[in-house]
Write a protein that binds this ligand. Sequence first.
Ligand code: SAH
Ligand code: SF4
Ligand code: F3S
Length: 438
Amino acid sequence: MKIAFKTYGCQMNVNDTETMAGLLIEAGHEIVEKEEEADVVIVNTCAVREKAEKKLYGKLGRLKALKKRNKTLIVGVAGCVAEKEKEKLLNRDEVNFVIGTRSIAKIPEFLERAAKGEKFLEMSDYLDEINWSTPRYHTNNHHAWVTIIYGCNKFCSYCIVPYTRGREKSRPMDDILQEVRTLANKGYREITYLGQNVDSYGKDRNDGSNLATLIRKTLEIPEMDRIWYLTSYPKDFSDELIEVIASSDRVSRSIHLPIQSGSDKILKAMNRGYTKGEYLKLIEKIKTKIPDASISTDIIVGFPGETEEDYLETKELLESIRYERVNLAMYSPREGTVSAKYFKDDVSHEIKVKRLNELLELQKRINREINEAYKAKELPIIVEGTLKDGKLYGRTINNKIVIFEGPKELIGQKLSVKIGTVTAGPLYGAVENHSVID
Ligand code: SAH
Ligand code: SF4
Ligand code: F3S
């Protein structure tokens, strides 16, 4: 059968789609881009905010119309909204099956059942069946996502993820390393270790494994030029991890360390488990030990009870830390979470939008200022691919995207590129001004 995927949400969803697609190809199916050409459409969904969830319903509306023209079309819903809405989704006419975030390993079987006309919901946990030998359909042949820990135990009061992904479950370290070796043999040179909280990696295994050890062992695989990791949790970011990052320039300097708010009162209500002071101390420590660290963050504006003073504390924090990148979001109550149940969503939409826009503007200015400092500098990058306009792009070890002109043969190579112009986003290389490193 021909299968089209539509993936929303985080990189873990992207990696789950890659796994489902890999398994389906192994079972003899074909992955297609266009839904119009597909026999099956699988929507891998995100429930983190209402806006993300709404994307599914828009998509289902369009698929319903498509089903009128293609009566045999099968529609499956996977991912976090599937976990959250369960039967409610299955009850929709256009939906044939709904599967949970821990059921992806069984996708070939599910497809067979759906093809026989069965309409079903499947939420069982088959994560143990996913290992290094599971086929994965990677869309990039230079960099690969590698999920190392599933689920989340943190229960931040606003967050749906612990409900949609279940408790933390780390993969055995040997299994992960075997996957990385296999990727290296296939020509992959960069990986990103994924987890909602990568610093929790190993804690549930009681075998001494942790992220620092995993990275250290990964460094023994010489083909892996760069090791990235996402997302870090401020309270669990260990000294040992800082040491490992500092020890090798093959470990990414890009540290995504969400703070969420600059106000201790709000952090407490969010159940984040750290204060602003503790967070700032950690940043200091990272910057001392890893001077070229590039720190990014996530912020929620308009959390219940956020006063103008609380908001200004967040704003001041962005001014003082000067992050390399900030993901900003307006608070969105998620059914079933503590904050949705017990805290009134009392910051008006208007104020949320105002705060969001102010912080967006501020961060844009900071990004531009930070990027100005790169002008005329020679930056080492690895070339990742081409953009639509034919230009090449690559990344520095601290996650700066550099766009420049050059031949396609440079993809995968390490280059030094002289920066010409800069924006608040990517940096642009001076034309034809690059040289290959080693
Ligand atoms: N595990 C990561 C983030 C996972 S969700 C961490 O702990 O930081 C990604 C981001 O979505 C969060 O960092 C948060 O900023 C945002 N987010 C999560 N739930 C939200 C909600 N209910 N409303 C608005 N933003 C939310
Ligand atoms: Fe959500 Fe908090 Fe877990 Fe991140 S750490 S996924 S914000 S509960
Ligand atoms: Fe969204 Fe689920 Fe990821 S809610 S952010 S897809 S873990």
